[in-house]
Design a protein around this ligand. Structure first.
Ligand SMILES: [Mg+2]
Length: 230
């Protein structure tokens, strides 16, 4: 019987991308808007691809209306470039991830999904390169919302459509590497598992009181225990 909905963040949690990611966004912004705004220095971690585009272009003086007019064009340019230019060697899987996903996939009481600030097409491509896309039958993505806190309800709704089960409270587990992941879990009173494999140090994650905190995802059985016992 299904007991838990387990939602994984991508960047900093499952894997790390090379700097090509930032360069591709810069190239797409220059092509469509003629400026990259603050994309060269902006902190992307834990943020949504859509809102990143608005934030970095806001620094170039473009108004929201001007950004919105070409938003679809820049999104398509970014995705097209991303899928064409990134290679397996641009992706570093975090330690323990493959073993953890293998172990979780064997369990019939868990439903795995994605909860990520990536657009679906580029996010899926990131996972396909190292061959871990198939673990995630569905997800909530930057295409679905501008704010991360709006993603968990989307994931819950999709899980309901797939399984017929309405997950709530601590039966929803959100695994991520930033304070944003912890906060969006709290918005639904879900269980959060923070992992310090991204840019946020252990201490800073701890201050934001996640349900559970790991240095990395190598302790497979401890992570599973935390998922089942929030
Ligand atoms: Mg992340």
């Amino acid at each position: 019987m299904l007991r838990k909905l387990v939602l994984f963040d991508i960047d900093g949690t499952l894997l790390r991308m090379s700097s090509i990611n930032r360069q591709i966004l810069i190239d797409a912004l220059r092509e469509i808007y003629g400026t990259e705004g603050s994309a060269g220095t902006h902190d992307f971690s834990g943020r949504m691809d859509g809102s990143i585009i608005y934030e970095v272009l806001g620094h170039s003086g473009l108004e929201e209306r001007q950004i919105a007019e070409k938003f679809d064009a820049v999104k398509q340019s970014y995705i097209r470039r991303f899928c064409r230019q990134t290679r397996l060697e641009d992706v570093t899987l975090m330690a323990g991830v493959r073993e953890l996903l293998d172990a979780l996939a064997l369990r019939s009481d868990l439903l795995l999904g994605l909860l990520t600030g990536n657009f679906e097409a580029s996010g899926r491509h990131k996972l396909k390169l190292p061959g871990i896309d198939h673990y995630f039958p569905f997800g909530a993505f930057a295409d679905d919302a501008f704010h991360r806190n709006d993603l968990p309800p989307v994931a819950v709704e999709r899980a309901l459509r797939i399984t017929g089960k309405k997950f709530s409270g601590k039966d929803i587990v959100i695994i991520g590497d930033t304070v944003h992941d912890i906060t969006c879990a709290r918005a639904l009173q879900a269980h959060s598992i923070a992992v310090a494999t991204g840019n946020v140090p252990m201490d800073e994650l701890r201050e934001n009181t996640p349900g559970c905190l790991f240095e990395n995802l190598t302790r497979t059985q401890s992570v599973i225990h935390s998922i089942l016992n929030p």
